[in-house]
Design a protein around this ligand. Structure first.
Ligand code: FPP
Length: 246
């Protein structure tokens, strides 16, 4: 497949890799059910799929990958399932702490981390610290995340700043700085696996101009080849941002 790096984005007539890809990793439970396994087994294989996709993104020149690992609504799931997902995240964060420098991968967590186990919070603080010394690909993991809640907390924080400094005129750029994703460009491509076609409270502000790609493939089966297919579909899209074709 003819793909070039994201640095070449914008050159007329050239195919390019999206700079930022966001993914709703859906279908872990169904993947497990089809095999007569507990749902938690699907999450374990799903975590592996995430590892492979992150490395592939880094290798082909994607700059940011943002995944929806745990929503503010996911606390409603059975206790053992929530526990398994949290354990998998802890395992992943621990591995990341040990390997991210060597792998040249930065990491950020988007979401209300104060609602997470103190041990996870400690690991997140460590990955933030290590990320400061790394230049390159960045994985953003959305944890205890909700798009509306993100916008609300941004509005509250802006209002507090405004009461101190009424000169602070509100623009889209300024507001974006109050979101968890501050400093990260908006996603170019949003992928949802598992057959559903909805956004489920994910990156509501940031996806204003994202291209959407839906696939029936269940997340644990989503391979680097599947990602290349999604990118190839993206490369055929005509992004106009509300304008007309040049
Ligand atoms: C959606 O599938 C998946 C989740 C809510 C959890 C995603 C978590 C992981 C992939 C594991 C940890 C992640 C990282 C980044 C290490 P579902 O359970 O809703 O599937 P279903 O729709 O088939 O029931």
């Amino acid at each position: 497949m003819a793909i070039t790096t994201s640095q070449q984005t914008g050159k007329a007539g050239e195919l390019y890799v999206p700079r930022h890809i966001a993914v709703i990793m859906d279908g872990n439970g169904r993947w497990a059910k089809k095999r007569g396994l507990p749902r938690t087994a699907g999450h374990a294989v799903g975590a592996e799929a995430f590892r492979k996709i992150a490395l592939h993104c880094r290798d082909i020149g994607v700059e940011y990958l943002t995944v929806y690992a745990f929503s503010t609504e996911n606390w409603k799931r059975p206790e053992d399932e929530v526990g398994t997902i949290m354990r998998l995240l802890g395992k992943y964060l621990q591995e990341a702490i040990e390997t991210m420098e060597r792998e040249k991968m930065k990491m950020r967590i988007f979401g209300d981390v104060t609602g997470l186990h103190p041990e996870l919070q400690g690991m997140i603080a460590k990955t933030n610290e290590i990320s400061r010394h790394i230049d390159g690909f960045q994985a953003n993991i959305c944890l205890n995340y909700g798009g509306r809640a993100e916008i609300l907390q941004a509005a509250q924080r802006y209002a507090e700043d405004y009461s101190r400094d009424p000169e602070k005129a509100l623009t889209e750029e300024l507001f974006s700085d109050y979101l968890y994703s501050s400093g990260v460009p908006d996603p170019d491509l949003m992928i949802r696996t598992g057959g559903e076609q909805r956004i489920s409270n994910f990156l509501l502000w940031q996806c204003a101009y994202a291209e959407f790609y839906f696939t029936d493939v269940l997340w644990p089966d989503f391979s680097p080849a599947e990602l290349d297919r999604a990118i190839a579909a993206f490369q055929k899209r005509d992004r106009r941002y509300g304008g007309v074709k040049a």
